[in-house]
Design a protein around this ligand. Sequence first.
Ligand code: HEC
Length: 162
Amino acid sequence: MSRLPAPRLLLSAMLVCGLAACSGGDSAPTKEPPPIIKERQANFKAIGGAFKAVRGELESDAPDFALIAAKANDINARAQQIPNHFPALTSTEDDYDTEALPAIWKKPEEFKAAAAKLADESAKLATLAGGGDKEAVGAQAMAMGGACKGCHDQFRFDDEKK
Ligand code: HEC
């Protein structure tokens, strides 16, 4: 025997749908992102911050190589997390506020390799920073930047020209 919906539930559904998130219209609805999307974006934000700190040191006449090494190690640890942050159905095609292109799931091996490349380049940067040769460290920071770009070009949606 089927039950009639409780009026209380109907009312709360109406209240919820009064909010912008439920309104129809032409613009693509954006769902509340699951924690994993926020986590990976926070991870990339931190990677970006660490890389910026490295570049900032390299602009100085007397770079703090210990700081560069620490930031490179931080990037290295974060790079190893990247492959764990992309469960199925969390791409730009799934209505979330994310820049993760479907290519990530179409070419999983390439994506993993791109993350591994960042891990390699950041490890090299940490090692070189220990040596304190500014020119060599600068060149390796550039190489690491290439690993960012290499992945972004293939796997990150960007509506701005870079
Ligand atoms: C293996 C691929 C990959 C590598 C390597 C990579 N990124 Fe990304 N990055 C992405 C993807 C995919 C996104 C979009 C994530 C999302 O929106 O869910 C992203 C997003 C970002 C963001 C935006 C985060 C936000 O939402 O606020 C920054 C900043 C960023 N990356 C910086 C970097 C830097 C700096 C490096 C190199 C040191 C780097 N990334 C290396 C794939 C990569």
